[in-house]
Design a protein around this ligand. Structure first.
Ligand code: FE2
Length: 269
């Protein structure tokens, strides 16, 4: 059972992390960056700024499908004492992740309460594929739930449901993202879709619906790049202030003076 945040007039502070890409080995590197170190630095910085009410991690929790990264993540999430929710990414071994993370990794389709808000947690991963897909029965179940539940809602998944302007990764989003966006746009209580996978900050509005990506806590990808390219921006996260009336204030926060940089010559990952 996860702790439940207090209901109050103050907005809830949700910290959205993504693409931690943790390795079994403590010094494991993704494109030259030690991802355990960058994750711990981002988490520590985020929690030190002001009290948080909950954490969300939108996938690619581990890079190598091994237990060590998930164990580290579980230990760090337990230390926060906060409600924490993880969804599956294309790099994850989800049965192993769920076995180790327990209640931090609820089943796909779970609805997590967060004060007046709800988080709808979806698994968009496809075994053996980099791109994503949402099973039609999951979309149908979300649609049925939204018909009778009017609380302001955040839909959370790993893959991007909309093009972010980088051709190489726009081929690797959730391949039925239009259906998800149409469903959410039809239900105005869905205030935002939150995702990762693109390793860059992204924000776009369609009507009243916000589409928001968190940067990776690990390596950043260059935005608006036709082909694969690494960015020099430091790791970070997205902060969301969730007001009880359904308003969202959000910003991206990055580490300053982070000493380690990715290999800019990398041609892929
Ligand atoms: Fe990733």
């Amino acid at each position: 059972m996860q702790p439940s945040p207090q209901v109050s007039a103050q907005p809830l502070r949700l910290l959205h992390f993504s693409d931690t890409h943790l390795y079994d080995q403590a010094e494991g590197r993704l494109l030259g960056m030690r991802t355990r170190h960058s994750f711990e630095a981002v988490l520590e910085s985020a929690l030190a700024r002001s009290p948080a009410d909950a954490l969300l991690i939108t996938g690619d929790l581990a890079h190598d499908e091994a237990a060590g990264g998930y164990r580290l993540l579980r230990d760090r999430l337990e230390q926060t004492g906060l409600p924490c929710y993880c969804v599956a990414g294309n790099h994850d071994h989800w049965p192993l992740a769920r076995e180790i993370l327990g209640h931090f990794a609820p089943p796909s389709g779970s609805i997590a309460p967060l004060g007046a808000w709800r988080l709808a947690l979806l698994d968009s991963s496809l075994p053996g594929k980099v791109r994503g897909h949402l099973a039609p029965h999951r979309l149908d179940a979300l649609g049925s739930w939204l018909k009778t539940n009017r609380a302001p809602t955040l839909v959370c998944l790993h893959h991007h449901p909309i093009a972010v302007g980088s051709a190489w990764i726009d081929n690797l989003g959730v391949d039925n993202g239009e259906a998800l966006i149409a469903l959410c746009a039809d239900h105005p209580q869905v205030r935002a879709i939150l995702f990762g996978h693109v390793h860059q900050a992204f924000a776009q509005r369609i009507g009243q619906l916000e589409l928001l990506a968190a940067p990776a806590t690990s390596v950043q990808f260059l935005n608006q790049s036709h082909s694969f390219a690494v960015d020099t921006r430091p790791p970070g996260y997205r902060e969301l202030l969730l007001h009880a009336d359904g308003r969202i204030e959000t910003r991206v926060v990055r580490l300053t003076d982070y000493p380690e940089h990715p290999d800019l010559e990398a041609g892929g990952y």
